[in-house]
Design a protein around this ligand. Structure first.
Ligand SMILES: *[C@@H]1O[C@H](CO)[C@@H](O)[C@H](O)[C@H]1NC(C)=O
Ligand SMILES: *[C@@H]1O[C@H](CO)[C@@H](O)[C@H](O)[C@H]1NC(C)=O
Ligand SMILES: *[C@@H]1O[C@H](CO)[C@@H](O)[C@H](O)[C@H]1NC(C)=O
Ligand SMILES: *[C@@H]1O[C@H](CO)[C@@H](O)[C@H](O)[C@H]1NC(C)=O
Ligand SMILES: *[C@@H]1O[C@H](CO)[C@@H](O)[C@H](O)[C@H]1NC(C)=O
Ligand SMILES: [Zn+2]
Length: 278
């Protein structure tokens, strides 16, 4: 390779690193999901989580909930595990058809990753541990969040809304970031004194017994991906065409969808960990 090509590649890599392509609920969304989940842990799961968390977490699962995003550069193989792309406009998810990376490797999507890391965590009980279970826990907690973000199970051509430019009030962004970050940020600022603990606790204490029964009745991660693509079609893509200006009309009608997805992710993560470590 000539020196010039090398320089171009370096520049390209730099530009890509700065591209606004996002891969998961923003830091606040993941933080809230894990904060809610930790309150739903039974006592064996609570002990196992404390045992597996890195000491830097000080026993707080929420503090490492974005770790998986922070290691994307170090572990490039993990990038496709944050989402799954589905066929444009079909509004359905199908494991065989959809769960693969862009090179076609089967299982490399968020659903495959959840199967993978929950299976690894089951080794906690056994004397033979072949995986790093600290990493398995941090990946699992993060991907349970991602699969609940409607646009992490979005359409293929627009990369889950990443390539749909929008104006969030007056700020230029893209549809994926609206769902990762902007709706949460606006809600936090308008209703929760800009404090994510307050928002997370409001979401958690709002969960009803009936909802818990309903939310617990899914049979696999497949169903969670189906919920997300349905929400993506009904709420995320709807009224959000290329270059649209999204305002209170969009925000006020989507806020409770986002709060519900955060509640479901938190509750389900807590319950799953409680079953895994039982
Ligand atoms: C999922 O996709 C596969 C492969 O395209 C197909 O054979 C199968 O029938 C589909 N399953 C459902 C439930 O649609
Ligand atoms: C499963 O986990 C291992 C260890 O982190 C990783 O190498 C592999 O890529 C993962 N595969 C999926 C589909 O999550
Ligand atoms: C497991 O992963 C954590 C987080 O990356 C790391 O700090 C730790 O050293 C790893 N443990 C082993 C035994 O490799
Ligand atoms: C907000 O957006 C809606 C379209 O979703 C539009 O009908 C309405 O006029 C906009 N309101 C303001 C104040 O711009
Ligand atoms: C409380 O629950 C209602 C009904 O499900 C929902 O519309 C609202 O967004 C929730 N609020 C919070 C803070 O979670
Ligand atoms: Zn992610």
């Amino acid at each position: 390779m000539g020196l010039t090509n090398f320089v171009y590649i370096i520049i390209f890599v730099f530009l890509m690193a700065g591209a606004p392509l996002s891969y998961s609920w923003g830091v606040d969304g993941h933080y809230m999901i894990c904060r809610i989940a930790q309150r739903f842990l039974n006592s064996p799961a609570s002990s196992a989580v404390l045992d597996l968390l890195p000491s830097s977490a000080n026993g707080d699962l929420a503090s490492v909930c974005s770790w998986a995003d922070n290691v994307r550069a170090a572990y490039p193989w993990s990038s496709p595990l944050h989402y799954v792309d589905t066929p444009d406009n079909l509004c359905t998810y199908n494991y065989t058809r959809d769960c693969h990376d862009s090179s076609g490797n089967a299982g490399n999507c968020v659903v495959g990753a959840l199967n993978n890391y929950s299976a690894q965590l089951l080794q906690y009980q056994s004397s033979i541990r072949t995986y790093n279970l600290t990493q398995a826990l941090m990946f699992f907690a993060h991907f349970m969040g991602d699969i609940h973000q409607p646009l992490h199970v979005g359409f293929t051509t627009d990369e889950g809304g990443n390539s749909i430019t929008e104006y969030w009030y007056n700020t230029k962004t893209n549809l994926h970031s609206v769902w990762d970050t902007e709706i949460i940020r606006t809600a936090m600022s308008n209703y929760y004194g800009n404090d994510r603990d307050t928002m997370a606790d409001s979401i958690r204490t709002n969960i009803t017994r009936d909802q818990i029964q309903l939310w617990d009745s899914y049979s696999s991660y497949y169903d969670l991906a189906t919920e997300s693509i349905q929400d993506a079609c009904s709420y995320a893509y709807k009224d959000a065409s290329q270059n649209a200006r999204l305002n209170d009309t969009y925000f006020l009608s989507r806020k409770s969808i986002v709060e519900t997805r955060i509640a479901q992710a938190g509750f389900r993560l807590g319950f799953l960990l409680s079953q895994i470590f039982l």
